[in-house]
Design a protein around this ligand. Structure first.
Ligand SMILES: Cc1cc2nc3c(=O)[nH]c(=O)nc-3n(C[C@H](O)[C@H](O)[C@H](O)COP(=O)(O)OP(=O)(O)OC[C@H]3O[C@@H](n4cnc5c(N)ncnc54)[C@H](O)[C@@H]3O)c2cc1C
Length: 461
């Protein structure tokens, strides 16, 4: 019997598979797609980049001029450097390329990924789960916004239904007017509203453009194919008749539905990523949330499978990650106030006040913490930056010490070993020149959050 089955080899499922496999748990991922996912451009937020580095992955593999991130496209750059990070900018990647990196990482650690398998049946028992005849002790549904597992188990997905369908097309232009942005720039400089349409048009590295658009008067069906005619009509309305379409080389639709599961755990079935929460793709958050869910859940589920988890550890996954996603749902809803077409005078007035606020350093760091994920902590668990350290083996970084996916007792002074320490986490003495951390004893979880060392037993048994 497999320890853990994972439904879906998107970014969440693959990141989770890697975490579990690293911890010595047997894991099998079932994915209906035979090949890679969409080459959709996605932004890796600073906290996700830090988490990938914790496992030795290079988040900036294809780093282009990443933007600093934005809130609702308001014309004030977010300054992520205040959070003491090596990744103060959003990193431009494509979703298929992130998935390929995570798949390689998961396979290297022994996860099995079975492609071309569409899940159709799930039976849950007291001590295990059966998925299409495959037995496992646990199932994690990472099968996306339209989760089959969620549907088969009849788990409600409460929230707001969509009010708007938008289109995302990758296009090449045969001719461009001066209204077409010449280079990738801050969100506020690549968005436009005219003649009943709104859009975001961003030049891509391959000579094409990413064209996201919607109409304020008519809406396509969520699954309606994207035609060259409708792309041409939108381009003309927004960028003038001189702007002419060359070709569309990829297109999809998305909507603004916002939903979240009430509980992330249903007995032996857990939910993560888009299967657990969806929201409009404002501010580039969904993939980031999913990878962060996986990093939070992986070590807790692995310890539960191995039988070393303290009482209640697995339930802290819901307790910590449900509010984290709820916060994203809230701020994407707030962003929609400012990005909605036909905003009206009251919203314009509010917009100016928020822009003024964002120019104040404290407010800017609040928005930055929200969008980048760097401001996220959990009750009693705080993010630790990737400190430069010197150990008896020479210079290193905190991320290098967490690479194996184990917890870490990091002595930055000369502390006695806390009671209850039996080697359940790594123990390293090191020096740091960082004033905030010098002399301290830190207990760092595998997902990079520090907890009270006196609570070693609560987290690691
Ligand atoms: C236009 C747009 C732009 C976006 N931009 C960004 C961005 O810049 N930054 C960001 O962080 N996020 C962005 N997102 C969101 C991001 O793409 C998603 O949040 C992310 O893909 C969620 O990952 P996941 O692994 O949870 O789910 P998915 O990526 O949906 O993966 C689910 C997987 O499960 C598989 N599956 C489904 N059903 C079954 C079944 N029955 N059997 C077997 N397999 C199954 C699917 O084939 C799929 O591979 C954007 C989304 C859109 C629509």
């Amino acid at each position: 019997m497999t320890d853990v089955l994972i439904a879906g080899a998107g970014p969440t499922g693959l990141a989770l598979a890697a975490e579990l496999a690293m911890a010595g748990v047997s894991v099998r991922v079932l994915e209906r797609r035979e090949g890679p996912g969409l080459p959709r451009p996605v932004g890796l937020q600073p906290r996700t980049a830090e988490l990938l580095e914790l496992r030795g992955l290079d988040p900036a593999d294809q780093e282009t001029e990443g933007p600093s991130g934005h809130f609702a496209g308001l014309p004030v750059a977010l300054d992520h450097s205040v959070w003491h990070t090596r990744h103060p900018r959003v990193i431009n990647r494509t979703q298929d390329d992130v998935e390929a990196m995570l798949a390689e990482h998961a396979l290297k650690h022994g996860a099995v990924v079975e492609r071309g398998h569409e899940i159709t049946t799930v039976d849950v028992g007291a001590d295990g789960v059966t998925v299409d005849g495959r037995r496992a002790r646990w199932l994690v549904a990472c099968d996306g916004a339209h989760s089959t597992v969620r549907r088969l188990l009849g788990v409600p997905f409460p929230g707001r239904t969509e009010t708007h369908v938008a289109t995302l097309a990758h296009i090449r232009l045969a001719a461009a007017s001066e209204l077409v942005p010449a280079r990738a720039a801050h969100f506020s400089q690549v968005t436009r509203q005219a003649n009943g349409y709104w859009s975001m048009l961003t030049p891509l590295g391959d000579g094409g453009h990413r064209f996201v658009f919607g109409s304020t008067t008519t809406q396509p069906g969520r699954d309606a194919p994207v035609s060259d005619t409708e792309v041409t009509e939108a381009l003309t309305a927004l960028y003038g008749a001189e702007t002419r379409l060359g070709e569309v080389y990829g297109a999809s639709r998305f909507n603004d539905a916002t939903r979240q599961l009430e509980r992330y755990r249903h007995g032996r079935v857990l939910f993560a990523g888009d299967a657990a929460h969806i929201h409009p793709p404002l501010g580039g958050q969904g993939l980031n949330l999913g990878v962060q869910d996986a990093m939070n859940l992986g070590w807790k589920l692995a310890a539960t499978v191995r039988g070393t988890a303290p009482e209640g550890l697995l339930d802290t996954y819901h307790d910590e990650r449900h509010p984290a996603a709820a916060r994203v749902l809230r701020h994407t809803a707030a962003q929609r106030v400012f990005t909605a077409p036909n905003r009206g005078e009251n919203v314009e007035a509010l917009r100016e006040i928020v822009v003024d606020l964002m120019r104040l350093p404290d407010a800017n760091s609040y928005f930055s913490g929200l969008l980048s994920g760097l401001g996220l902590g959990y009750p009693g668990a705080r993010r630790v930056p990737d400190l430069d350290l010197t150990t008896s083996d020479g210079p290193t970084r905190l991320s290098a010490l967490l690479r194996g996916g184990r917890g870490l007792l990091l002595d930055l002074g000369d502390h006695p070993v806390p009671p209850g320490f039996t080697g359940q986490v790594d123990h390293v003495r090191a020096a740091t020149s960082d004033d905030e951390y010098r002399g301290r004893l830190l207990l760092v979880r595998p997902d990079g959050y520090a907890v009270d060392p006196a609570e070693l037993g609560r987290w690691f048994g």
